[in-house]
Design a protein around this ligand. Structure first.
Ligand code: BEZ
Length: 211
């Protein structure tokens, strides 16, 4: 069965371009992003890994570790990284997991046979420090992912794990948040000392509480 939000992210041991890892141990107390690539030496994946490398300081600022996975072997990953560094003007700075036996791809249901029976789709899993899955996204092979969106989601996940707020459509760090419906107005006055505005009884905005 496919993994669902709140499930424990399956653990595994795998060879990566930065050495062998036990996934849960490698994650430690960090947040994690695990994302799959259809295959090495493919154009869209090349741009995605370059984009991720360039954003690594942003991921680190948020205490997020990033790992990519593809079903190609380790030697192939090492050769491909040279191309990524050259063509994307970057240095790949996170592990790429070699998954030739599809252990990780199977555990995370990354092969969708009706799309392609050999290559993985573009899956993304965001994993919390409690090792639970907080977000899943699946893109087709033909569409490169938006890594700025992943940072935005991480900001929302980290905020909403600490405060009783949710974030509205297209929210960005620093913008007003929504008070979760379970919080009554009386309680909201204490929880959100900056105040709140009520558009409807179920739609109340408050300034981002941790800024
Ligand atoms: C790519 O990464 O460029 C790609 C991989 C598989 C199918 C189509 C594109």
């Amino acid at each position: 069965m496919a993994l669902r939000l709140g499930d424990i992210a399956p653990n595994f041991t795998a060879e990566t371009t930065e050495g062998t890892i036990d996934f849960h141990t490698w994650l430690g107390d960090s947040w994690g992003i695990l994302f799959s690539h259809p295959a090495d030496y493919t154009p869209v994946c090349t741009t995605e890994l370059g984009a991720t490398s360039k954003l690594m300081a942003e991921f680190q600022k948020r205490n997020v570790k990033v790992a990519a996975v593809s079903v190609d072997p380790l030697e192939s990953h090492h050769g491909w990284i040279k191309d990524i560094n050259e063509t994307q003007s970057t240095t790949v700075n996170f592990p790429i997991i070699a998954d030739p036996n599809r252990v990780v791809a199977t555990a995370y249901d990354m092969i969708h046979p009706n799309a392609d029976d050999k290559m993985t789709v573009r899956s993304v899993f965001i994993i919390g420090p409690d090792k639970k899955i907080k977000l899943t996204i699946t893109y087709p092979a033909s569409t490169g992912r938006n890594f700025i969106e992943l940072l935005r989601v991480i900001d929302s996940l980290q905020l909403t794990s600490k405060f009783r707020v949710a974030t509205p459509a297209d929210w960005k760090e620093g913008q007003d948040c929504i008070i979760t419906p379970a919080v009554k107005d009386e309680e909201a006055k204490t929880l959100f000392p900056k105040g709140f505005r009520t558009v409807k009884p179920y739609l109340r905005y408050t300034p981002q509480p941790n800024r």
